[in-house]
Design a protein around this ligand. Structure first.
Ligand SMILES: [Zn+2]
Length: 389
């Protein structure tokens, strides 16, 4: 016997009484209650299921198969008997939030279809975010227009009608999510905005949604993937974002409207500081090259970050005077080093092979010169190179 879906007619009811018609063991070995009627909306059509309790036990999941709804619980199998009358209570905050988010999604999908010729290709309503995949890419201006129009529909407080239609009634009605079998179809109608086949509970008036917010819209499979939030979840998201911006104004001691300029100024400062550091490191490197005794065979220098050309020039200067390992390591002990090495009296690849073998360095090159990167401390690198002889 099909489970009677009380949520179809009474989406605002929070509790109900029902008789247990069967008790099954789910695939995971849990207790599954089947009732003659239920307010629990099962996971279906991309939407997460209702939460709540039956008797004293929490319902952990609700599924539907062949029109029979199964309420999963951690209760022991013998906690219930067939024929028991039980009271079910749904988590109303969760349900109402799902209703706000689902109707919000219908409004956006309806407007996308009506005004932008973009179709809904997929929908998922989780407990955190609603994603919506569509068939067309919209510009930034169009996205803003879509969000504005969706919220106008909220302000207009339009009625939302949900009921089952016979085949004759649906003939000639242009609705989204058209199904193969079009008899006894539940249509959700928002006059002038959207008609869509849907099995889920919806709010009765669009004003109850409060706010529809497009959080993100990225290009996806030739169309777009929207992350959207409506109602309480949208409000909580916006509050959180405001708090974050507020924190930034305190950290940067700037007014909200000046934040972008302030961050850009910081980035510029940071970049000029970085360039100055590189310039100083270059001078230090040149001084170190000068300082090494001409009679030394090897000449290896560690220096703060310098650019490639500076590093290469220094290696060439060293190689003109020394015929052992002539190397410059640019970087620091914690982030690692970029190296360039030449061995005028031998094969430079010998040095990079040692660094690769002993220190998992990356890189390579020719007999004349090798380069790469190594994540190790200065003393460890020196020990590896000295071990070469
Ligand atoms: Zn729907």
């Amino acid at each position: 016997m099909n489970t009677e879906k009380l949520f179809d007619e009474a989406p605002y009811d929070r509790d109900f009484r029902a008789a247990i018609t069967d008790i099954i063991k789910t695939k995971e070995g849990r207790t599954g209650l089947i009732l003659d009627r239920t307010l629990f909306f099962p996971e279906e059509g991309g939407q997460s299921c209702d939460k709540g309790t039956i008797g004293e036990f929490e319902i952990t999941h609700v599924s539907i198969e062949n029109e029979i709804i199964v309420h999963e619980t951690d209760a022991p199998f013998d906690a219930f008997s067939k024929g028991d009358q039980v009271k079910g209570v749904i988590d109303w905050d969760h349900r109402f939030s799902n209703m706000q988010n689902h109707t919000g999604e219908h409004i956006l999908s309806g407007l996308l279809h009506r005004d932008f010729g973009s179709e809904n290709m997929g929908f998922h309503l989780s407990d955190n975010i609603v994603t919506l995949d569509t068939s067309k890419v919209l510009t930034q201006d169009q996205l803003q227009e879509l969000e504005r129009k969706a919220n106008e529909v909220v302000y207009a407080d339009l009625p939302v009608f949900c009921r089952y239609y016979t085949k004759e009634e649906t003939d000639g009605i242009d609705y989204r999510s058209k199904l193969e079998l079009d008899d006894n179809i539940r249509l959700v109608v928002i006059p002038g905005v959207d008609i869509c086949a849907c099995c889920a509970p919806h709010v009765k008036h669009t004003g109850e949604i409060g706010l529809i917010k497009i959080i993100k819209a990225i290009n996806y499979k030739g169309g777009m993937r929207f992350s959207i939030l409506s109602g309480r979840r949208a409000y909580e998201y916006v509050s959180e974002e405001c708090r974050r911006v507020d924190d930034l104004t305190h950290i940067l001691s700037e007014k909200r409207e000046n934040l972008i300029t302030a961050v850009n100024r910081l980035l510029e400062k940071n970049e000029s500081y970085r360039l100055e550091k590189i310039e100083n490191a270059k001078k230090m490197l040149e001084a170190q090259v000068e300082k090494i005794d001409d009679s030394a065979k090897d000449a290896v220098i560690f220096v703060e970050e310098v650019n490639d050309i500076t590093q290469r020039n220094a290696v060439n200067d060293l190689a003109a005077k020394h015929n052992g390992i002539c190397g410059v390591f640019s970087g620091n002990d914690s982030d690692g080093y970029r190296y360039i090495i030449s061995i005028p009296g031998g094969d430079a690849r010998e040095a990079s092979n040692i660094l690769k073998e002993k220190l998992q360095a990356k890189g390579g090159g020719s007999k004349e010169m090798v380069q790469g990167s190594v994540n190790a401390r200065k003393d460890i690198i020196m020990e590896a190179l000295n071990g070469r002889r």
